[in-house]
Every structure is written in C-alpha cells, then in structure tokens.
Design a protein around this ligand. Sequence first.
Ligand code: SAM
Length: 283
Amino acid sequence: MNLCDIRTVREILSAFSTTTKKSFGQNFLINKNVPEDIADNCCDDENSVIIEIGPGIGCLTAELAKRYKKVIAFEIDETLIPVLKYTLGEFRNVEVINQDIMEVDLAAVIAEKAAGEKVSVCANLPYYITTPILMRLLESRIAFDSITVMVQAEVASRLAAAPGTADYGAITASLNYYGTSKKLFTVSAGNFMPAPKVNSAVVRIDLYKEKPVVPKDEKTFFKVIKSAFGQRRKTLVNALQTGFPDRSKEELTAIITSLGFDERIRGEKLSTADFAAIADKMA
Ligand code: SAM
C-alpha cells in the first residue's frame, strides 16, 4: 500500500469516515520520496527508538519503522487511531499513542518503553504549534540524539539562521544553546494534501551531549534573549531595559561595554555564548 498516493489517502480517509482537519494542522504527504528522504536523514543509528509526533495516516511512520528499531508515535486525532492500526498493521515495531504531545509526560513514556535506548525525534509537525512543540522537546532535558522536523520554510530559516542575519532571532539563539541545527532540504507545497499556502523545509537539530555554553542562571539567560529580541529595532541596552526595568541604563551599558561590545549593539549580532556572558553579569 502506498500511503503517499493521493487516491489511496482519500480512499482510506473515506473508508474510516474521516477527513483532514485544519484544526489539527493536517497536511498529509503525497510524495513518497519525501518521507523516505526524511527517514534516511533523521538519525545515524538504526538501533534507535524514534519518537514521532503526528503520524497522520502513517506514511512517515512506515518509513521510520523500516529503518529503525522502534517507533513510538503520538497522534492527537482519535479518528486516525483505527486508520493507523490498519495502515501500519504489518509493523511489529510501531506503537501509536492517542495523546496530545503537549500534554504527555514524554520522559515517563521513554523510561517505560525505551529505557537505555538511543532516542531521536522525527516529525512532520502541525504548523499551528511548531515552536511550542520544539521548545517543549528541547526544555524536556531528555537526552535525544537528534530532533528532525518538517516546518514552514520560513520557520526553518529562522531555526538554522546565523547571528547577524535577518532570520536570526530568539528561537535561534535558544536552540543554539541545546544543539546545532541544519536545514536539510525544502519541500514545496504541492507535496501535501491539502496543499498549504507556503513551502516547507526539513531541519535537523543535533543535541549537545555536553553544552558548550553553561550560563550561571538559565532563567536570566533566557530572559536576556527574550528581551533582546522583543524589541528588535532597539539597541540591546534599550531592549534589555524593557525586560529588566529595575536595572538602570547606565548599569546595562556598563555590563555590555565591559564585555567588549559597542554600547549601540543590537541583539541580533550576538551569539548564544554572548547572551550567556551578559546574563552571567546580570545574575
Ligand atoms: N506525518 C503525517 C504526514 O507526514 O503526512 C501527518 C503530518 S500532519 C502535518 C500533522 C499531524 O500531527 C496530524 O496527523 C495531526 O493530527 C497531528 N497533531 C496535531 N497536533 C498534535 C498534537 N498536539 N499532538 C500530537 N499530534 C498532533
């Protein structure tokens, strides 16, 4: 069964009296090369357990199951659970869990079902909730080897942007704290049913085993990043003043210049290590 054939997708959905739901960000892949490429590139170790978010009708899940030890897939839409039972019936190494990834205790699931295993994440993410899912995965402190996600092309550019470029922002600086990211390839809108308005791209994040930057206080570090990009057109000092109203402009300027930065520098020029250095002076 080709789960990426548009006629097959329609027939399966209709046989199970369901349809694609916009509210769950359902844009299903209809070109088999795409899930094959994602599955080929999302993980370096075939003995890994893959956590998938949003299997849909299972086209990416099947490719992952063929290549890796086990797939644990979380699907929010209960109408797709019997569909997945049918489409993935031949795979003994797939477990589908009908839960919202934003609600699930992922560390507990991994401790129960994949203790001692190498774990990576792979997903064609629902667009309505891309950043919250990514931040939840990163902040979970679970030792994933890699996280590979298909997201809107514009979001992919932000995730993988270099400091100083227009796409560099709070999400980039935060992500760079957890690992390195790389845009793998672009997927045009015509590869999905229904076709979204914009193109997509696949980004792979390889998580640090040991973080190269360790701020004294993580909360202050993330607050510095958030403030720096909250007011993009302002200088860093002015942006920080909005985020830290109890600090005077003179104090903030002294912190910035003591680290060798120009007092008129903007946040988008700074690396994750620079933000940590500033946060350390403020902690
Ligand atoms: N993997 C399939 C594919 O590539 O064709 C479907 C991808 S579709 C873009 C996103 C999938 O995520 C849908 O199946 C949707 O129901 C599911 N989803 C949406 N929100 C979710 C959530 N909070 N938790 C788990 N799954 C979710």
